[in-house]
Design a protein around this ligand. Sequence first.
Ligand code: PNS
Length: 163
Amino acid sequence: MDTWVYPGSFDPITNGHLDIITRASGLCSKLIVAVGNNSSKNPAFSSEERIELINEAITGMQGIEVVGFSGLLADFMKKTGAKVAIKGLRFISDFEYEFQMALLNKNLVPEVESLFMMTSANYSYLSSLAIRDIARNGGSIEGLVPECIREKVMDKLLSRSKG
Ligand code: PNS
């Protein structure tokens, strides 16, 4: 069975992430959405909250599992036995970062391939950071995150920004 891993911080999941999940899950038997922590970012949502939001967003979709991981992605890949890590690409700046990550991971776990999927054009401008900024300042995130989680995301970020 071909299992792929889609790693990310998903802080929170955006419609761009959901687009990659939908398209990637159609290309493998099982897609593991792996929720990790980027050491250069301080997440707004806890790991449990991010997992819960993704699970809500993928309700009704088949062949997808959402799990948290800590430590190296390479070690997580070894543990799952998955041979493919898929990432979404938006801009050239994504490419530079992802290229380095892919090479580092290849060095750590040579049997794993990093594959890249271009984001759909309508989501190319989206990022979790932009969503956090808009929501914290009371702007509308309609159409930017899955509709079923919009209110939860707004509530959390607005209440945090009020201290
Ligand atoms: O959404 P992001 O910020 O692109 O997600 C990044 C994440 C969590 C996938 C990445 O930071 C990661 O793999 N972290 C685990 C530590 C690791 O393996 N780092 C890369 C090799 S040095």
